[in-house]
Design a protein around this ligand. Structure first.
Ligand SMILES: O=C(O)CCC(=O)C(=O)O
Ligand SMILES: [Fe+2]
Length: 420
């Protein structure tokens, strides 16, 4: 552990090998070139210090990213890497008492106004719904705000993947980007030092699994009205109870410059050796360099927003969407030859490639629904996806992961819940 990480772990608020430990690159260094992520200058340290203080004050969601990195992929957890992404973070946010208030009601979360009643995290996660994709190309008009219809287009059946043009307005996209910039972005990867070494040592960018910067935004960053409005739209889009949306992860904003990408991965996983979903802190449990956090991700759905128009490249690719069973087996047969993961080379071999268009949302299921319990089922390998190389311009996206636990954990409060 570096001293930064140790500090962060004082008072039991561990930063789990995430990008909190990483420097915020200054403007001049925001290019993925040799030496780009060198040590901070004094001014940057000062900025970082201020940033840390602000985060503490806000009791902010820890900004952690645990990217899939090349070395991890080679040395550890090979199967895991091949079958799913260790992708992102579990944040240990404000302490939750899992035994408290096991009320079975939503207590005032309002499906219409999006307002969260000032009560508690007490909630019984309901069974999951799942939208029938119909057929590829099907367009359905859905009323996501009163009197405002949006078109939901089916792009794949297995998993169901939908595209929703103009889900965010231009102003909303800008607001998210500006809020992310104000918050400060950090390099997206598991071990900052390693990506820095990789970049410095001239390893081709294509061999690094994730090259981008990111930050996390919550209610307090984006504003009450914005947050509530977005949550209503999401609840209607996903056809899930708004209580689930309120208890899902905060928004991850990601920025790419040319050369940036994210090779194919799953946004969630099936680590059943991890005893919890996103509902428990990691106190007293071992932190290993291989893994961030002690819980599984349990991200049922990803809603990804394109926040700007991209000049060239930067598509989102789904190499296994609608793949036949035979293809799926072939793709995973040889775990050492997972070349299709590398979207710098194989982006356009993917069965579905989506061009980023400002305001569009893409939504897909990363897990099946467990038909017996109606709760979170297994992760779906066909949901493998990633961001292709950005060729020209900039690319800004936001990930809105909708988390929901398995049946056993349906009464546990979420770590991500923030009251209005
Ligand atoms: O950049 C993209 O298009 C995909 C990003 C992604 O998959 C992720 O951030 O998890
Ligand atoms: Fe992803």
């Amino acid at each position: 552990m570096t001293s930064t990480e140790e500090d962060a772990c004082a008072d039991n608020k561990c930063v789990l090998y995430g990008d909190d430990a990483l420097p915020v690159p200054n403007e001049a260094a925001r290019k993925y070139t040799k030496g780009s992520l060198n040590a901070l200058g004094d001014e940057d340290k000062e900025k970082k210090h201020k940033q840390d203080e602000t985060d503490k004050e806000n009791n902010a969601e820890d900004k952690k990213s645990v990217g899939l990195d090349r070395n991890t992929a080679q040395n550890q957890e090979t199967l895991e890497i091949a079958y799913g992404n260790i992708g992102d973070s579990l944040s240990d946010s404000p302490s939750s008492d899992n035994n408290a208030n096991r009320d079975r009601t939503v207590k005032g979360d309002d499906q219409t106004t999006g307002k969260v009643a000032k009560v508690s995290n007490a909630y019984e996660f309901p069974q999951l719904t799942r939208i029938d994709p119909g057929t590829v190309g099907q367009r359905v008009d859905v009323e996501l705000e009163d009197g405002r219809f949006f078109t939901r287009i089916t792009r794949a059946m297995r998993p169901p993947i939908f595209e929703i043009p103009n889900f965010l307005s231009e102003e909303e996209g800008k607001h998210i980007i500006e809020s992310a910039k104000n918050n400060g972005l950090n390099v997206s990867n598991l071990f900052g030092a390693e990506i820095q070494d990789d970049l410095n040592s001239g390893i081709p960018l294509a061999d690094i699994s994730r090259v981008s910067e990111q930050t996390w935004l919550q209610r307090s960053h984006l504003g009450e009205d914005f947050w509530n409005r977005l949550h209503i739209r999401l609840a209607r889009l996903t056809e899930l109870d708004i209580g689930i949306i309120h208890r899902s992860e905060h928004i991850q904003v990601v920025s790419y410059v040319p050369g940036g990408h994210y090779h194919a991965h799953l946004d969630s996983n099936d680590r059943y050796d991890r005893p919890c979903c996103f509902q428990e802190r990691c106190e007293g449990k071992a932190l290993t360099p291989q893994w961030a956090g002690c819980c599984r991700l349990c991200r049922y759905i990803t809603v990804l927003y394109y926040l700007n128009d991209v000049e060239e490249g930067g598509e989102t690719a789904f190499p296994l969407a609608d793949a036949s069973d035979t293809t799926l087996v072939e793709k995973f047969e040889n775990l050492e030859e997972q070349e299709w993961h590398n979207l710098s080379y194989y982006c356009h071999n993917s069965s579905l490639v989506i061009k980023p268009v400002r305001g569009t949302a893409i939504m897909w299921y990363s897990h099946f629904k467990d038909e017996q319990t109606g709760y979170l089922g297994k992760a779906d390998q066909r949901s493998q996806h990633g961001g292709c190389d950005l060729i020209k311009g900039s690319k800004w996206i936001a990930n809105n992961w909708i988390s929901s636990p398995s049946y056993e954990d349906r009464f546990k409060p979420s770590l991500y819940y923030t009251e209005s």
